[in-house]
Structure formats: C-alpha cells, structure tokens
Design a protein around this ligand. Structure first.
Ligand code: 16G
Length: 250
C-alpha cells in the first residue's frame, strides 16, 4: 500500500494539469485516490506518520496535516496507540450537501439503486406542504433501496416537482445527476434526523434483523431562488453510518 501511495503522490507532483503546490493537499488527494482505487481497503491501517514522511521526503507536520483533514472528512479514523485506519463505518459530514452516489464513490465503493417505484402523480397534502406546491400539481416519485456493491445501506423515497423532473425514468443511479442535467441540483438543504427501530419490511430490505437501529432522515433541498426541488425521506442503517456535524460558537 505504501508503494501505491508513494507512486500516486509522485504522479500528482509531476501532473502539471492538476498541479497542487501545497504538499499536504497533494498528499491528501493521493490518499483519497488510493482509497478510491481500493489500493487500501476499509479497516486497513495507513503506514505510520514516520514511514510516510521518510518514504515521501515530507516533514511529519505535513503528513499529520494531510491525515487530520481526512479524519475530519470521515475517510480515515484514528485509534489511540493503534494508528490510522481507512474508516469502516461511513462518516457523513452534515455540513456538506452531497449525494449518496458521491459519498460512496469517494470511498471507492460502487453505488447502485433498486427501484420499487418511479412514477408521476398528483401531489399529496403532505408532499405539497414539504415542496410548497399547490394541490393538483404533478410530482415525480422515486422509491428505492440504495446499495454499495451488494450491501443495502438505505431505503429512500424522493419526491420532486414534475416541472423539474418530468420523467423519473431519467434517474438511473443518481437523482442529483439527473437534477444537475436539468440545472436544478439543490444548493442548500434542511435535514431532520431521528433515531428509529427498523420495522420488519425495512429490516428485510436492508438485510438486518427487525428492530435494529436506523436513522430516519428527511431532506428538503432548495434551489438558489428558494424553490424546493427535493423532498426525500431516508432510512439509513444505524450500524454503518455516522452523521457528524461541526459546531462553532457564535
Ligand atoms: C442522499 C440524501 C438524499 C438525496 C440522495 C441523492 C441523505 C440523508 N440523503 O442519500 O436526500 O436524495 O443522497 O443521491 O444524505 P443520489 O444522487 O445518489 O441519488
């Protein structure tokens, strides 16, 4: 792994198109790339700070700074006395508006969806409140299980105004890619998260036992002009996900 990382770091140092003059940012990108290419697997240890600084000819301060950024992003975890590992749980920073597909790709995982429903219909009273739509307006609905390779991670039900997404079959794996295609990817979101026990059907779909812990999340995504473009209800597996928020005093 150390060789793969050293090769990637040198490649980035030579690359004039994406040239990153700051060594710690270059190293951060090299580590991210080897995780994405699966040269290092979740749960495996990263070479020590000292080994990395020797192999790459960098100061330990630089190596530490590169690693600490990836720990904050949730890609790496540190255990006192045991070293730095590629995170096994998926750590999702709550301050960044990312999609399921992007979160998994960043970890070198292959995301995919299995749909139960892709339809267009009249907005329900609950959906019209969440999306600020008048009664009678049409919405596109997507109901799917989200997988990383063959492992189910979440169940999601998304509702999008049909004026934005007239045909829900345009969504293959990523809703945000389809919205981006229409220049309607949300730029801001409000998210409400609570702990739940997964019911029998949800548990079966997520390959866990009934009554396991889950996270129930509602996201309302907004466009620049304030229109609500997405109302998604998700049930994420509690045994895999950590949601992390950075807090600051006023
Ligand atoms: C995430 C979002 C969900 C969004 C989806 C888009 C959370 C809790 N939920 O799962 O609201 O619709 O990503 O992902 O983060 P996609 O572009 O891969 O379909």
């Amino acid at each position: 792994m150390q060789n793969a990382l050293a090769d990637e770091y040198r490649r980035l140092s030579r690359d004039t198109t994406t040239h990153q003059p700051l060594a710690y940012l270059r190293l951060r990108r090299a580590i991210r790339n080897v995780i994405q290419h699966r040269d290092i697997e979740p749960g495996q240890t990263l070479p020590s700070e000292r080994d990395l600084s020797q192999a790459l000819g960098l100061s330990r301060v630089t190596v530490r700074k590169a690693i600490s950024g990836l720990v904050e992003e949730g890609l790496l975890t540190q255990r006192h006395g045991a070293g730095t590992f590629v995170a096994e749980r998926i750590v999702k920073p709550m301050s960044r508006l990312t999609s399921f597909t992007e979160d998994l790709r960043a970890r070198g995982l292959h995301p995919r969806s299995e749909f139960f429903e892709r339809s267009v219909g009249e907005v329900t009273p609950e959906e019209s409140m969440a999306l600020n739509l008048s009664p009678g307006v049409l919405v596109a609905r997507l109901h799917r299980v989200r997988y990383a390779e063959d492992e189910p991670l979440a169940i999601e039900r998304s509702v999008v105004p049909a004026s934005v997404l007239p045909d829900p079959h345009e969504v293959h794996d990523s809703l945000y890619e389809a919205l981006e295609h229409h220049n309607c990817r949300p730029v801001r979101a409000l998210q409400r998260l609570r702990a739940v026990l997964l019911g029998a059907r949800q548990a079966r779909l997520l390959h866990v036992t009934a009554g396991s812990a889950g996270l129930h999340i509602e996201r309302r995504g907004f466009l620049d002009d304030g229109r609500v473009v997405e109302f998604t209800t998700s049930w994420y597996r509690g045994d895999i996900y950590d949601f992390v928020a950075e807090l600051q005093t006023d």
